[in-house]
Write a protein that binds this ligand. Structure first.
Ligand code: SF4
Length: 327
């Protein structure tokens, strides 16, 4: 009997609350609210949603860049929720991050080569010609000529800088990369190149990604599954084509209807959502989306929606499935 594959990353009931700066005691901002999420080895799971939805905080909690308020985070079968100090540093090489703005995340005083060499020297203790060769290989792996090693980040284009950030991220042979809006600041043509690079590296090194983006066409091109985040919860998750072609949650339907359509002949009627998302300090009762939902029902104000299977591996949180009230 073959053992079913185990998730590389597993979040169970994870919440993250921050103390509010409103000055009122006992008031919290709930950025992430009781989320379950798995990422399998070599899988790309995208998280999408409006800005302020909590998707970046969820990514940071998943990689233990910030601690969860409650719930558990497991990486490769190990509970890392409460790791500290050297234990936490011990798992860091396996989980790396690529941020939106490489200029802010790369040391401007160091050359691109020194930036990529740093983790190899500091953590693996590699020196001399072996270090030079490894850095050259990493530059080639991300599509940069090794002659660019001497350039400072400021002297590079946005796309080249992001390639340097990716070379540094893969230097320690991680198993999971959090890409947090990693292509959002780039020109559209460069975005495509970097997304293709992420896909290439996934194939070559068996990398898994937690890919956070508000660019839906990019997400569709790269991810195998997508989770739609609204006010700190994943309200819909499923295989990428299934969610894009058959979105079942009213929020996902609105989000996808507002995204550019590559084929202008495709029928495309935009669903306009009323108002702004509510404050994460004051989440609505029942369904958190009810204040903007075009099909909200009385039950939505009083009962949190159940998690419902809408297809193979496709789940939504809604009282309404296929026009029928459930839960
Ligand atoms: Fe809309 Fe109700 Fe579904 Fe929430 S539970 S998304 S309010 S129909």
């Amino acid at each position: 009997m073959t053992t079913p594959p185990q998730p590389l990353l597993q979040l169970s009931g994870v919440s993250k609350k921050f103390a509010s700066h409103s000055g009122r005691r006992n008031q919290f901002v709930t950025a992430v609210d009781n989320v379950d999420l798995d990422v399998m080895p070599a899988e790309t799971v995208a998280l999408v949603g409006e800005s302020g939805s909590g998707k970046s905080t969820l990514g940071r909690v998943a990689l233990r860049l910030t601690a969860a308020t409650s719930g558990t985070v497991e990486f490769d079968g190990t509970d890392i929720t409460n790791l500290r100090g050297s234990e936490l540093r011990g798992i860091r090489p396996a989980m790396q991050v690529v941020f939106q703005d490489p200029l802010a995340s790369l040391n401007p005083r160091m050359s691109a080569g020194a930036i990529v060499a740093e983790p190899l020297r500091a953590i693996r203790g590699i020196r001399g010609s072996e270090l030079d060769d490894r850095v050259d290989d990493l530059f080639r792996a991300v599509g940069l000529h090794p002659s660019r090693k001497l350039a400072r980040p400021k002297a590079m284009s946005g796309g080249q800088r992001q390639r340097v950030a990716i070379a540094r991220a893969i230097a320690l042979e991680p198993r999971l990369i959090l890409a947090d809006e990693a292509v959002s600041a780039l020109d559209v043509s460069v975005q495509a190149q970097i997304v293709n690079l992420f896909a290439e590296l996934r194939e070559r090194y068996g990398l898994a990604y937690l890919f956070i983006s508000h660019g839906l066409p990019i997400v569709r091109h790269l991810a195998q599954r997508v989770g739609v985040v609204y006010l700190g919860r994943i309200v819909e998750i499923g295989p990428i084509d299934e969610v894009f072609e058959n979105p079942r949650h009213p929020y996902t339907q609105a989000l996808i209807s507002a995204s550019p359509v590559p084929d202008p002949r495709a029928s495309h009627s935009r669903i306009l959502l009323g108002g702004d998302p509510p404050s994460p300090m004051d989440i609505p009762t029942g369904c958190r989306f009810r204040t903007r939902c075009p099909v909200a029902m009385p039950i939505c104000a009083v009962e949190a929606p159940p998690r419902v299977l809408a297809g193979p591996g496709h789940e939504i949180e809604c009282h309404l499935v296929d026009g029928q009230e459930v839960g």
